[in-house]
Every structure is written in structure tokens, then in C-alpha cells.
Design a protein around this ligand. Structure first.
Ligand SMILES: *Cc1c(COP(=O)(O)O)cnc(C)c1O
Length: 341
């Protein structure tokens, strides 16, 4: 029985065409700036995001953390949503690497309001840390793949800017937001100082992320990448996969979104599962079980449906390049079998 893997959109394997592009990539030593494929990717992604320059890095975590290091000094404060990736899934890097203090804001599905941000920004006071950076996430992972409506994003960014804060966007799934709305990725990114994107999520590349921003910020980011051990040599082999993904795997994200909606609609009919198809905006789907999630996750795994628990009764399912329409039907039939027998 072939397992159907909804744990994450990071589990995709490079396609044969992507592997060919990797094998044929022209390469050089990227730490010397001599890898033509990396240079091409960095130009291409800067262009796509409407920002001046970009830097290819090994992971989304490194892209985000380089941004934190570029914008903040020890004791500075970064304002972000409580469930954001930089808080939940980056190993405490804000504290460990930069001595930065986060101020986390609660939210509905990952999106904070302009009022919340305004209230969070510190006044100049010897007792307080300096509010330095606002960090946002689009789409919002823990929120359930939520897309930031552009106007609301603009309003939140404006509050931060007025107070002199820099703005970072964790756009690990920014192209999902683009495909879901028709707004180009640059619509959000060009309002920020730095934006990170992942090639290894729904875009299906094996490795790699990018951080984009002004030429000056990216120059400093290059220094921090080296400091963190992220200076890669003939990285064009990896950049070729990312270029291939940008060319061939962006528009198809719409399929993942349709699959997630169909999966939600199917699951909503199954006894013991609560799913809300109307809340599925992109490729991520949050569900609630009447039974403990840990129990359901292992039961479903034994039937070849893999997903991750996110709370005592909740779980996350993610659709991606390696889940087909037929897999959705098959997964639904396995879930019915698990819960209705
Ligand atoms: C996956 C992800 C990242 C980066 O993760 P890496 O595994 O380090 O590439 C960053 N932000 C969000 C929202 C993510 O989902």
C-alpha cells in the first residue's frame, strides 16, 4: 500500500525534469560569487518579489534568521504573531543567535490587526526594549494556510513604518498566496524590507530558500549567511532545481489548493472529524477529531494516510506536488474505513 503523505509540502521529491536541470546546471564557487546558476536564481527571485537583490540560502529558517540578524541588535524587540514560524519552529534562534526579544500577538488564523501592532510598538522609554522589526507570515502556516488580504497587509505595514520599524515577511508559501488570489508575490513583498521564500515547500525543490531586500541589506545578509555556515560552493546544482520550480511549479499550486478543498469537503462528511472546506484558502487544511489526535494519527498511519497532530485534538494536512487527485479519493476512502468501522 502506497502511503499518502499529508505531513508537509516539504516531503516532495524532485521530478525527473528537475533532476535533469540539476544535472546540467552550470556551476562555480558561489562564495566567490562565481556560480552563474545561483546568480541567475537570485536575479530572478528579486525580480519576482519586486525587490532589489536576493540571496540563495539552504533553508527557510536560515533566510528568516539572517533577516532577524540584519534588522535587529541584541535587546531589540521583534513584534510577530504568536504562532509564527520564527517563534514556534526555529529552535529559539531569535534568543540564541541574536539576543532578540519577541513580543508575540494573539490572532485569528495568524493575521494580526493594525490596532494590535500599534498598541504593541513601544514608546521611547528607558524601561522598554526598542521595537525594531515587525515580522509577518504569508501564507500563515499555523493559521491554516491563511492568505493576508493585501489591503490589510498594507495597513499593518504602514503602522510599523510610521513608527520607524522595519518589516520582514516570512513568505515560505508566498507563491501559494499568489496563486490563490491572483495578486503577484511582489504585491506583498515590495511593501517589506525583506521577504523570504522557500523553494522546498510546494514548489517541490529538494533544498533551498531565498531572502530578498535592498542591495545594502542583502550585502549584509551575505555576511551573516557566511557566519552561519550557509556559504555554499557549487550551489548551482540546487539553484537549478529552484529555477526549474519557479518556471514549472508555480501555476500548478492551484491543483494543490483544489485538492485541499476537496479533501476538506470529503472529511467534513466523515463522523468523528470536523473540517471546514470554506476555510481552506490554499494547500493547508486543519481538522479536529473527536478522539485524541495522537491516536488518530497513528491509526491513520497504519492505513497509509500520514498527517501531523498540531494539538490534543487537532491535526494538519498539507497537499503538494506528490499528492494526486486519485490520492485524495484513496485517502478519503482510507479515512472512512478508519473512522467508520
Ligand atoms: C517551512 C517554513 C519555513 C522554513 O522552514 P525550513 O524547513 O527551515 O526551510 C519558514 N516559514 C514557514 C512559515 C514555514 O512553513
Amino acid at each position: 500500500m502506497k502511503p499518502i503523505d499529508f505531513r508537509s509540502d516539504t516531503v516532495t521529491k524532485p521530478t525527473p525534469a528537475m533532476r535533469r536541470a540539476m544535472a546540467e546546471a552550470e556551476v562555480g564557487d558561489d562564495v566567490y560569487g562565481e556560480d552563474p546558476t545561483v546568480n541567475r536564481l537570485e536575479e530572478r527571485i528579486a525580480e519576482r518579489l519586486g525587490l532589489e537583490a536576493a540571496l540563495f540560502v539552504p533553508s527557510g529558517t536560515q533566510a528568516n534568521q539572517i533577516a532577524m540578524g540584519v534588522h535587529c541588535r541584541p535587546s531589540d524587540e521583534v513584534i510577530c504573531e504568536a504562532g509564527s514560524h520564527i517563534i514556534q519552529y526555529e529552535g529559539g534562534a531569535l534568543a540564541a543567535l541574536w539576543g532578540v526579544q519577541p513580543q508575540v500577538l494573539p490572532s485569528e488564523r495568524g493575521l494580526v490587526t493594525p490596532e494590535q501592532v500599534a498598541a504593541a510598538i513601544r514608546t521611547d522609554n528607558i524601561h522598554a526594549p526598542r521595537s525594531r522589526l515587525l515580522s509577518l507570515e504569508n501564507t500563515h502556516n499555523r493559521g491554516g494556510g491563511t492568505v493576508w488580504p493585501l489591503e490589510r497587509f498594507q495597513a499593518v505595514v504602514e503602522v510599523a513604518r510610521k513608527a520607524g520599524l522595519a518589516v520582514h515577511l516570512d513568505g515560505a508559501r508566498l507563491f501559494n498566496a499568489q496563486v490563490a488570489t491572483g495578486t503577484p508575490a511582489s504585491g506583498w513583498a515590495k511593501l517589506t524590507d525583506t521577504t523570504s521564500v522557500c523553494f522546498s515547500k510546494g514548489l517541490g525543490a529538494p533544498v533551498g530558500s531565498a531572502l530578498a531586500g535592498s542591495a545594502a541589506l542583502i550585502r549584509e545578509a551575505r555576511r551573516l549567511r557566511k557566519r552561519l555556515g550557509g556559504g555554499m560552493r557549487q550551489a548551482g546544482i540546487l539553484a537549478a532545481a529552484a529555477l526549474h520550480a519557479l518556471e514549472h511549479h508555480v501555476e500548478r499550486l492551484a491543483e494543490d489548493h483544489a485538492h485541499a478543498r476537496r479533501l476538506a469537503a470529503g472529511l467534513a462528511e466523515v463522523k468523528g472529524v470536523k473540517a471546514e472546506p470554506s476555510r481552506v484558502e490554499t494547500n493547508i487544511l486543519l481538522v479536529e477529531f473527536t478522539r485524541p489526535a495522537s491516536e488518530m494519527v497513528s491509526k491513520l498511519a497504519s492505513l497509509g494516510v500520514l498527517l501531523n497532530a498540531t494539538g490534543p485534538n487537532t491535526a494538519r494536512l498539507v497537499c503538494h506536488l506528490d499528492v494526486s487527485a486519485a490520492d485524495i479519493d484513496e485517502a478519503l476512502s482510507r479515512v472512512r474505513k478508519a473512522l467508520e468501522s
